[in-house]
Design a protein around this ligand. Sequence first.
Ligand code: C2E
Ligand code: MG
Ligand code: MG
Ligand code: MG
Length: 280
Amino acid sequence: AAKAERKGTIQRFRPDLDEAAREKAKLENDLREGLRRGELAVHYQPLIDLGTGEITAYEALLRWHHPERGLMYPDSFIPLAEEVGLIDVLGQFVLQQACREAAHWPDPVRVAINVSPLQFRNANLINIVVQALAAAGLPPDRLELEITEAVLMEKNAEVATQIRRIRALGVGISMDDFGTGYSSLSYLLSYPFTKIKIDRSFVMGLKDAPNSRVVVGAIVNLGRSLGLTVTAEGIEEAEDLDFLRQLGCEQGQGYLIGRAVPGETLFSQDRAWLPRLGYG
Ligand code: C2E
Ligand code: MG
Ligand code: MG
Ligand code: MG
């Protein structure tokens, strides 16, 4: 009765809050059901070698075919999954699914998978990775895990240990959204990264932003000096791609090259973009 009364009070004074809470509870329930019913899917966006135009990797990006809301993007449900403790099972689903699909791709092509900060708190993550690779028959050096700076900001020794152990398997470790956090440079020295992904905020509109070109050029040189692969995210315009090539940026990703698509359709338009982007 007390609960009903409290609820009534909330409804009287903050109908918006109550509405939001109900909405969230429904979404959480939908997500649990959706996982069971196979509504979650992994799409793949190409990363190319900017020198040759060849595909070097595909990034796995989670999608949810919601029965009422239609296609949903990760920003609209990953934070909820993190909040309600569903991220581990969601993350495991992506790892297993993406490794399984990537095992059928031509040999040098890797798969890049985003890992949530919270997954690193689970000491079992390394076993989940090892198991996903083994079940798929995918060599560890064909997998890259993408970590945003938010993961590292926790200054958690356990997180650092896990990243090192996973790197020691031969799995690549990429710093995602590079340059957007507070301590990108110190993280670079503290963790065994193999790749930097320059955040798209530095990449978009390079042609009209001389200062961005200086910053991107400096990151490219920094990465090269440290022996890291550098990937530019968010390439939407041909002029930006040209600038990145001139700057010597090794890899690129963005709508200009290709959007994320379901695994079945990969390689069907293989190399279709080469002439469009001015390669060979
Ligand atoms: P991210 O890892 O930085 O991935 C790149 C995002 O930028 C993707 O959005 C991609 O579709 C989008 N993008 C790619 N090229 C362009 C471009 O040229 N222009 C613009 N404007 N956007 C571009 P998406 O798929 O909506 O994913 C958003 C974020 O959600 C990802 O950012 C990643 O942090 C997270 N995410 C995606 N899949 C997973 C997952 O399986 N697990 C976890 N934990 N996070 C995921
Ligand atoms: Mg990413
Ligand atoms: Mg990114
Ligand atoms: Mg991002």
